[in-house]
Design a protein around this ligand. Structure first.
Ligand code: 13P
Ligand code: SF4
Length: 394
């Protein structure tokens, strides 16, 4: 069994965590896509040198993007790191790079492909790096849901707002219906914009980000929100409920952030005197309301960077990021909000062997694992992504 590194964050490894640290798949959170390839062995002591050499050989023709949840071994080779919003903007602003290597998950690479030029090719180092939340809303389910809204007489006044963490097909649906994409950095602006355009929002696919934005940022009440469950007839809602609601929240969630509970917040306040609790808005409403500060990964990083020496923080987001922040800020006390290890298993699939394989293949002229969105889907998805990039103040 793989040994768990000492993360120094006061966390205890669980059997699930050990699985997530290894090379095996997690059937609950991955689509089961295999990623065949001549991967170098993880034990190769020359992996770092090989990645460095391949990147140098590619020069400006390659641009490597890394989401904050990526492993340190991968982050060291990225040209830019960021949250999903910053990375979408960065991808769109590098027309000179022939190859965009996306160290993140599938929906992010799709967005990069949509936002980059025809001459650019986007590569995801491991095709199995999906996102369980994005998989919770399929294009068929969303089309059926729209029919339910139409039958209830509310589709005409409903504006879809889809979280970046969704497939290109869902983004295209959003563009076709006059909506916008949002990320955790701009969900408030996006929902405000949508509620000026219509009187209701269909928020896809993260119910927690939708609810937290509506209640905490816009001052709506929990009663203004209903949850549309795609597994139930008519979403499990009556016409009257759909007509009365302002926010129609899709029944999706992040399997990583969904683990944090109110009890975790209470426990850490007991354990770490004077602690400030800082969480991502994908956490449940009970966690967000009990926390002191809420924001995207970029917000979390900026907050910790600006914090005074000696301050104490409990952070509720993915563990690679929390662990990195703890290492970067030895003058501050930084603990993980949960007592057990909580990596994003799909983000973690991108490791140094996959990155070396990707870069060395590009040096040889082989573009492996290219992510290409078909032109019709890309056209409408771009409408929704461009709408996000044009939101006021974004
Ligand atoms: P942000 O990068 O927008 O904070 O989102 C976190 C996340 O879960 C990405 O998958
Ligand atoms: Fe998806 Fe959650 Fe992982 Fe982000 S952290 S990629 S939302 S499963």
């Amino acid at each position: 069994m793989t040994a768990t590194p000492d993360l120094g964050l006061g966390v205890e490894p669980t059997p699930l965590a050990l699985l997530l640290l290894g090379q095996r798949t997690d059937p609950d959170s991955e689509r089961g896509t295999s990623c065949p390839g001549e991967l170098p062995p993880a034990s190769d002591p020359k992996l770092v040198d090989r990645a460095r050499a391949a990147k140098a050989a590619l020069g400006d023709s390659v641009f490597v993007l890394g989401h904050h949840y990526q492993r340190d071994e991968v982050i060291q080779f990225t040209d830019v790191t960021g949250d999903s919003f910053k990375l979408a903007r960065e991808a769109a602003a590098r027309p000179e790079a022939s190859y965009v290597v996306f160290c993140g998950v599938h929906f992010m690479a799709e967005s990069a492909d949509i936002l980059t030029g025809e001459h650019q090719q986007v590569v995801l180092p491991d095709l199995a790096a999906g996102c369980s939340m994005a998989d919770m809303a399929t294009a068929e389910q969303v089309a059926e849901a729209w029919d339910v809204l139409t039958d209830a007489g509310v589709a005409d006044v409903t504006v879809p707002v889809s979280y970046m963490n969704s497939s290109a097909a869902i983004k295209a649906f959003t563009g076709r219906h006059g909506g916008t994409i949002c990320t955790s950095s701009n969900a408030e602006v996006a929902v405000r914009w949508a509620l000026e355009k219509g009187s209701k929002v269909l928020f896809l696919p993260d119910q927690h980000l939708g609810r937290n934005t509506a209640v905490q940022k816009l001052g709506l009440s929990l009663d203004d929100c209903v949850v549309f469950d795609p597994r139930k007839a008519n979403g499990g809602l009556t016409d009257a409920q759909l007509q009365a609601a302002t926010m129609i929240l899709w029944k999706g969630h992040c399997s990583v952030h969904g683990r944090f509970s109110r009890a975790c917040v209470d426990e850490v306040r007991e354990r770490v005197p004077g602690v400030t609790v800082l969480v991502h808005p994908e956490c449940k409403h009970e966690v967000v309301t009990a926390a002191d500060l809420v924001g995207s990964t970029e917000f979390i990083i900026k907050t910790i960077d600006a914090a005074p020496a000696g301050s104490a923080w409990a952070i509720g987001t993915e563990l690679n990021l929390v662990s990195r922040l703890a290492k970067q800020h030895p003058d501050k006390t930084i603990v993980f909000l949960d007592k057990t290890v909580c990596f994003c298993s799909t983000m973690n699939r991108i490791d140094l062997p996959h990155l070396v394989w990707t870069l060395e293949s590009l040096v040889e002229g082989n573009v492996i694992n290219r992510i290409e969105v078909d032109s019709e889907t890309a056209r409408y998805a771009k409408v929704a992504l461009d709408q996000m990039l044009a939101l006021p103040g974004v």
